[in-house]
Ligand binder design. Sequence first.
Ligand code: AMP
Ligand code: GLY
Length: 753
Amino acid sequence: MNILIIGSGGREHALAEALRGEGRELFVSPGNAGTRRFNVDIDIADHQDVLEFCENERIDLVVIGPEAPLVDGLTDDLLAAGVACFGPTAAAARLEGSKSYSREFASRHGIPGPRSAKFTDIEQAIAWLDEIGKPVVVKADGLASGKGVVVPDDRVETERAIFGMLSGQSLGDVGRTIVLEERLIGEELSLIGFCDGSTVKALPPAQDHKRVGEGDTGPNTGGMGAFAPVPGVTPAQVIELTNSFLQRAVDGMRAEGDLYVGMLYAGLMLTADGPRLIEYNCRFGDPETQALLPLLETDLLEIMMACVDGRLDEITIDLAGGTAAVVVVAAEGYPGTPTTGLAIPAVASGRARIIHAGTDYDADDRVISVGGRVLGVVGQGPDLESALAEAYTVVDQLTVDGSGLFARSDIGWRHLPRDAYGAAGVSLTAGAATTARIASAVKSTHDDRVVAGLGSFGGVFDIAGFAGMDQPLLVATTDGVGTKTVLAETLDRWEGCGADIVNHGVNDVLVQGARPLFFLDTVASAKLDPEIVGRVVDGMAEACRNSGCVLLGGETAEMPDVLTAGSVDISGTLVGVVERSKLLPRAGIAPGYKLVGLASSGLHTNGYSLARKVVAELDLHDALPGGDGESIGEALLAVHRSYLGPLSRALELDLVEGLAHITGGGLIDNLPRILPDDVGAEIDSSSWDMPPLFSFLIARAGLSSLEAFNALNCGIGMVVVVAPDRVEALQAAIGEQTWVIGELVDRPGVHIS
Ligand code: AMP
Ligand code: GLY
């Protein structure tokens, strides 16, 4: 049996290890230092060259690792010449080759994903951003070797990514068509299955770590480490996910006239609303494959042959028990420009396996690095912890100071503390388990301004950064999420409440012109549930990172006889800094000034006692009347948005005279807080569209307009006071849809018509 593997990464080295065997001749092209004895020199971009090699060496099976040759139709050319090939045809590989095709295919076949749309025009893309009014992800439509996806932190970054791609500046022609999609929040899973055109057999679910930094922060990479199976995903769930995301795609492909043969990889996000498709890949994942193949007990070649022969249904796939984990060792500079030519030291690998990725031999026959991801170290054990311990023993030797190599030290972090808690059970208190569960999320917000954080009595924050300021003023605010947590409990959605309280604080200090520095939280409940606190803190940490704010400390309180079972109280304090000359509101605010409103994302953190009464009898999963398909529960739990991103530019340009955060008490109570005593406001309530959630609540509660504007934000979450001649400049600087909702008058009070 003669086998040719195409590709040069860790995946291909792992495939070569798994396909080796007696009576088999292996060839790899281009290969790396790990596959050296199999490497052959073929121009894989030249299909004729590949065909000639197959003929000369009597190749029985070609296994294609990477996406580019698949999308490029290498399979089609091999099949046409009668050479068996494991990997989809160009038509089927469009699932990865074109993000827009893939999204349209998924929606044709009822495969759930985020809202998304395709654009070639900047203005239309921006208009869509405004329309959906939620964070988005920006993706180049075509293949961009892992660089085509930007997950922006704020509006400014979103626009920068859109401009960069559509103008051709960031990715050349590949970026001239983009897909924008709603940003999903949750844990990621890689579900990868063998396909023969009709039957699908999935491998255990794996989890990759795409971001370069600890705690899943920083730019996207090809993947910094992975493990399988993912603890907590039940066999029943795997069957359901396989049916919904892999089988449906293979069936859909067949119905549309193409057979999907090879590996199909569904990148999934387990969101609070259920699993959603992030993307399809038309191949084995890398590094996932390095962890998955050691778990496979059935001969890989036998499975692949069954796939190409269309008889996968006859095969049983046996798996080893336990867990395998891979930690990627990368060269400094990755995912930007990595240092190449680094010497790879010889280390004692024990039972761990070292898989080569970006490696080669130099003129003196020494192994050197030639790419960003250099090696993968694979450990295997009865559970995730032991598998990782095995891998890290080797990783630590490879990444010593001066090696030029680095690795993430927290692969598996989402599952480790929980497991540690489960395993230790009795010995670990809920408090200790909570600390373990939240540690990496909290640390992911830290930078060198934090002198003492987690575990210290008081958080210590370095103000050296104020040195450049003339007269820094600290601005502090404290608030709570209130009874919104009752809905979070009903629907088991906690992350949003963490973001709610951070963004509330961010907006409160922003109103005084200040930028956030640090945040401290309190989560109180009758009985401490480390997982719930963990999810709340995950949400806080993400919101903190989005605002450049440090999560400096906090308190989890257990109060069994004070709070009722199941209830959780979430509150927090945020401190920001402002230059005295930039303090808001400014002194000159006077009648004639205009009021510009920014949209709220929902109720934010106010009006929940009323809202809960209104919906008490309703099913929260029902669609919101007049909404665009979201449920009543989703609409009510929409995360309190931060206005830091949209207002940053306007503040820099000094276009803002005053800001009012529309919280409890609505426009009526909050606007006067920033106006001189003898100045009031006239508001034209027809100047913006009341969002469906508000019309629905107001109608069901039978509120008068006065009551409504005194209890709810009614769709306006932040109001900017601006000089009349600067309205247009302000609106341009904000860059999202805003409305001139009224103006200041020389009559105190807020008058709404
Ligand atoms: P992709 O190349 O599509 O896998 O995207 C790279 C990474 O970006 C994914 O693994 C996710 O972490 C993130 N990502 C992509 N799409 C989304 C989305 N719609 N929502 C949230 N994160 C996403
Ligand atoms: N590990 C992600 C990928 O292979 O695309």
